[in-house]
Design a protein around this ligand. Structure first.
Ligand code: KIV
Ligand code: ZN
Length: 385
């Protein structure tokens, strides 16, 4: 099993979610939890973007010992200098510089020619190399860039000293097959590519960020970037908990492992959700409230006989205490009896039948029947007897 490094950008790209603003102590709290989770690299922020972010990145860089801390910078000297001041105390200072390579970004946003983009990238990677031993260079909007041009610029930034090449799907435009092909093309057309690690970074505009990341892994990428709960610009980034659990559960297929302590996933997800105010949808894969909940009678009966009938992930794997049998209008007798027994109550066969009938009637009037509702039904029947 070869190792896939997890690069967490919850504190940078994740914080770019509209409406999210973390102060430095909140960022530090999340950083400490990311360290417990076992991420390999955490991008703590964009030091040149504000004094507050500079201080947060510095505080995290000075505190975190078991993960590599990095910060984002444009390919301009002042950003690189500010990032150095924030990151210089880490064991192996690492910077993440980026410049767009797609025709639309070069023409309209940067107003630069492709030659100028190459020149600026090379120059700034060389400049960063004077200080930073580890340099990640990202081709922003790589998936809408010309592959021949990408191969050309990548070769040059590697010669200039980059140690990681990241090809982001900045606007969530690509498909798994196409993204995989792009990495294969780069590996086949850049002569010095073996000197660096390849990284993927996906956004979720078309809902394919995790699938695209996994396709990149199948095509030689050794670092996956993303965020906890998939938060980030617009529709967000690849959800790291989904990537890691997919690699774990389907290790028979992917043949890769990560260094994540999967049992810390739920705690990390809850903390990020609480501090960012971005709530996790109930049906979210891996950590949504319903991810380990079963409602229909057929499913509940199956799970009570053998959980693997309807659960491919055990809740404990990701730090969720147990599965739940949600009692609603589709639920059956088996789960209902189980619930009554969990209260330590004994009912006769007839009483149980009566309780089940009243429960079913209630489900037609109430969306969510709680344990208290069922307890009341059972107590009523007991006192009537
Ligand atoms: O999505 C993106 O292109 C980015 C870069 C800054 C790496 O977040
Ligand atoms: Zn991004």
């Amino acid at each position: 099993m070869s190792e896939i490094k997890i690069f967490d950008t919850t504190l940078r790209d994740g914080e770019q979610s509209p409406g999210v603003n973390l102060n430095k102590m909140e960022k530090l709290e999340i950083a400490k939890q990311l360290e417990r989770l076992g991420v390999d690299v955490m991008e703590a922020g964009f030091p040149a973007s504000s004094q507050g972010d500079f201080e947060a990145v510095k505080l995290i860089a000075d505190t975190i010992k078991d993960a590599s801390v990095t910060g984002l910078a444009r390919t301009v000297k002042s950003d690189i200098d500010i990032a150095w001041e924030a990151l210089k105390n880490t064991a192996e200072p690492r910077i993440h510089v980026f410049l767009a390579t797609s025709p639309i970004h070069m023409t309209y946003k940067l107003r630069m020619t492709p030659e100028q983009v190459i020149e600026q990238s090379v120059e700034m990677v060389k400049y960063a190399k004077k200080k930073f031993p580890q340099i990640e260079w990202s081709a922003e909007d790589a998936t809408r860039s010309d592959w021949k041009f990408l191969a050309q610029i990548i070769e040059k930034v590697i010669d200039a000293g980059a140690t990681v090449i990241n090809l982001p799907d900045t606007v969530g435009y690509t498909t798994p097959e196409e993204y995989g092909k792009m990495f294969r093309y780069i590996r086949e057309h850049v002569p010095n590519i073996d000197k660096v690690s390849l990284s993927c970074h996906c956004h979720d505009d078309l809902g394919m960020a995790v699938a695209n990341s996994l396709a990149a892994v199948e095509n030689g990428v050794t670092q996956v970037e993303g965020t906890i709960n998939g938060i980030g610009e617009r529709a967000g980034n690849a959800a790291l908990e989904e990537v890691a659990v997919a690699l774990h559960i389907r290790s028979d297929f992917y043949l890769h492992r990560t260094n994540l302590n999967l049992r810390e996933i739920k705690r990390t997800s809850d903390l990020v959700s609480k501090l960012t105010g971005m709530y996790v949808q109930a049906n979210k894969a891996v950590i949504g409230r319903n991810a380990y909940a079963h409602e229909s009678g057929i499913h509940q009966d199956g799970v009570l006989k053998n959980a693997q009938t309807y659960e491919i992930i055990t809740p404990e794997l990701v730090g969720v205490s147990s599965n739940t049998l949600f009692l609603g209008k589709h639920s059956g007798r088996h789960a209902f009896r189980d619930k009554v027994e969990s209260f330590g109550m004994e009912l006769t066969k007839e009483q149980l039948q009566e309780a089940f009938t009243r429960f079913k009637q209630l489900t037609d009037r109430k969306k969510e029947v709680t344990d208290d509702d069922i307890y009341t039904i059972v107590m009523d029947i007991k006192t009537e007897a």
